[in-house]
Design a protein around this ligand. Structure first.
Ligand SMILES: *Cc1c(COP(=O)(O)O)cnc(C)c1O
Length: 385
């Protein structure tokens, strides 16, 4: 059959959920802005990557793995699972490895959602939850977040409203602790009471991508509750504090029967051999994690002091980033920073056109950021930008 490429439109052929989908918008790559501006010292504060780089132990470990790249990785992830199981005090059958935690979130949607089912999540939640839900054609139930003038946790998850939104058809409820892009978090008591209230026909997914950045004195660790709540699943990642975003590795902790179901839709070699080796080594690098955490808390505190002095409102954050209300359209700020070689993240796609999300960097990187913001403050308040 002769098909005219100009008039060919496969849109109507796509699954209905996919037709309505908007793809995830990643942070602009450094190389792209450097090409555009013809400069070489671009600073990326847009994807919550670790400014200290990668755990040196992980880097050393993958050197030895390079000679083995002709071989398929261990599809069962035996060694990494064993180390993770030991660390979390669970059986290895409770661990599912993923190509980043994004992968395990998608696998959950594939394993547990059909077009007849619903997934519940909060307004302003991590964009992957609605994308994974819609991709399988399930109904997305977005629950309004806490108000912007909420005293403790503006724009945070409203757990009472989320619990109320769970009905007979709900199979997954996603909770990000802390949430990206808001930075907001949940207290242990409130989160556990929520988990305890979720009925057995619904899995509760607690996404702990920023777990390592928490103050160790006030840890909220939902992974320790899994034995008590068999419908609880917890996701973690090596992309953030461990500095392995480029290798793609994350995991899910769950009841073994949940892990077994998720494993049925998993690609056999979804985690590559360098990622398996690097993750295992990174887990032994407590010193690197502590350095990252210390630098992050100092940098976050600094931005939360300095930005309000520029008339910019910051939100509470338990991650390695901060959401900032620019008090007007964020675009001139984002563009002005780009011109100065600094990539931040606009969050208009989250329904927050006046806000930007900034990743915490090194003290020198924060000097540069604050200097540029101060310069732009002068321009933008005079209406020049
Ligand atoms: C960054 C992030 C992830 C992790 O993504 P990876 O796929 O593991 O790189 C998961 N959840 C949230 C809330 C995040 O911000």
């Amino acid at each position: 059959m002769q098909i005219d490429p100009k008039s060919f439109d496969p849109t109507s052929l796509a699954a209905p959920g996919v037709r309505a989908l908007h793809p995830y918008i990643p942070g602009k790559p450094i190389s792209e802005l450097e090409r555009e501006l013809g400069i070489s010292n671009v600073l990326k504060l847009a994807s919550n990557e670790n400014p200290l780089g990668t755990s040196p132990k992980a880097l050393a470990a993958i050197q030895g793995e390079l000679a083995e790249l002709a071989l398929y990785p261990d599809g069962s992830g035996h060694n990494l699972k064993a180390v993770l199981a030991q660390r979390h005090g669970v059986d290895p059958s409770c661990v599912t490895l993923g190509n980043g935690s994004n992968d395990v979130l998608v696998l959950l949607a594939e394993a547990f959602l059909t077009p007849q089912d619903k997934a519940v999540f909060s307004q302003y939640c991590f964009a992957v939850y609605p994308i994974a839900t819609q991709a399988v054609g399930a109904e997305a139930c977005e629950v309004p977040a806490l108000a912007d003038d909420h005293g403790q946790m503006p724009l945070g998850h409203d757990l009472n409203a989320m619990a109320a939104a769970i009905d007979e058809r709900t199979r997954l409820v996603f909770v990000a602790n802390p949430n990206n892009p808001t930075g907001t978090w949940l207290e242990a008591d409130a989160l556990e009471a929520f988990v305890a209230a979720v009925p057995p026909h619904c899995l509760v997914v607690v996404d702990e991508a920023y777990f390592e950045y928490q103050d160790p004195a006030h840890l909220v660790d939902a992974s320790t509750w899994i034995a008590r709540y068999p419908n609880l699943v917890v996701s973690r990642t090596f992309s953030k504090a461990y500095g392995l975003a480029g290798l793609r590795v994350g995991y899910l902790l769950s009841h073994p029967k949940v892990a077994d179901l998720v494993n049925r839709v998993r690609q056999p070699f979804n985690v590559n051999s360098l990622a398996l080796t690097a993750a295992q080594a990174a887990l032994t690098d407590d010193e690197f994690i502590q350095q990252a955490r210390d630098m992050n808390s100092a940098g976050l505190a600094r931005l939360q002091r300095a930005l309000p002095e520029l008339g910019l409102r910051t939100y509470p954050s338990a991650g390695n980033f901060v959401l900032v209300d620019m008090g007007g359209p964020a675009k001139p700020w984002i563009d002005g920073l780009l011109q100065a070689g600094i990539i931040t993240r606009g969050v208009a796609n989250y329904g927050l056109p006046n806000h930007i999300r900034i990743t915490i960097g090194t003290p020198q990187q924060m000097d540069r950021l604050l200097q540029e913001l101060q310069r732009l403050r002068g321009q933008i308040s005079q209406g020049e930008a």
